[in-house]
Design a binder for this molecule. Sequence first.
Ligand SMILES: Nc1ncnc2c1ncn2[C@@H]1O[C@H](COP(=O)(O)OP(=O)(O)O)[C@@H](O)[C@H]1O
Ligand SMILES: [Mg+2]
Length: 277
Amino acid sequence: MLKEVTATRYVTPLREGGSLPGIVEADDLGTYVMKFTGAGQGPRTLVAEVVCGRLAQRLGLRVPELVGIQLDPVIGLGEPDEEVQALLKASGGLNLGMDYLPGSLGFDPLAFGVTPAEAGRVVWFDALVGNVDRSWRNPNLLVWHEKLWLIDHGATMIWHHNWPSAHAAAAKPYDASDHVLSPFAPDVAAAAAELAPLVTRGLLEECVGDVPGEWLGGEPGAMDLGAVRAAYVDVLLERAPSVHDRVTLGEPSRDSASRAPGWLTGDWPHARRGVNR
Ligand SMILES: Nc1ncnc2c1ncn2[C@@H]1O[C@H](COP(=O)(O)OP(=O)(O)O)[C@@H](O)[C@H]1O
Ligand SMILES: [Mg+2]
């Protein structure tokens, strides 16, 4: 179960991302980055945030604490921005919150070194959940108190958009050539040896069990909630033991427009040394 709080004030929108998350204050005196059920991408993005966020935390990766946030759209009545008004209106009820990390900075690969071991753990995890949203263009990593924090797992597990074909997802390769940590010599094999044995059915059931049922409904084919939860568990469980064999590192993608710039992929001392500065 996610801890549940109630939003007391909408503070400001965060315009860097695509989904227009907002900063809110809640009745536990916490400040959260809130992701809305009424956002264009729909509640499946929130499901992905919870499954991946919980799983990453249980594997020892840093992810801001997740909460459920009850929203009464009335708190947005004074909001001047029409887009924000519409979002709040469409999102009454339970939404997702992530603990706001005050003073955190977006990850800059030129300013912050990552060890091959840590880079390997992040790349391995992203391969497991099929995260396509950790590129050098859009790292979705924050640096807070000199440590790396993972955010934004909404664009993962693409297979959950089509369960009937999801069985094929277990063998899907992962191209990490655009991954922002690719230049840090990620030790994916070591990460797999450490983390894959931890990904058990029991652990996955706990993580998937934390997803609020109201975000899981509406699957075609009248899948009941138990079947939907089991479907998430099955793909990840099957994927975990061998996904490291299907990770492509370093080989720039054929699409030259998306190739990482030379200063990122070139002979770059911090990346080579893998030193945390
Ligand atoms: N927990 C957090 N603490 C501080 N800032 C955050 C946090 N989560 C997100 N942000 C900021 O908000 C931006 C958008 O959030 P993100 O989760 O990436 O949403 P989107 O799906 O819109 O890309 C991030 O790039 C980051 O700058
Ligand atoms: Mg983002």
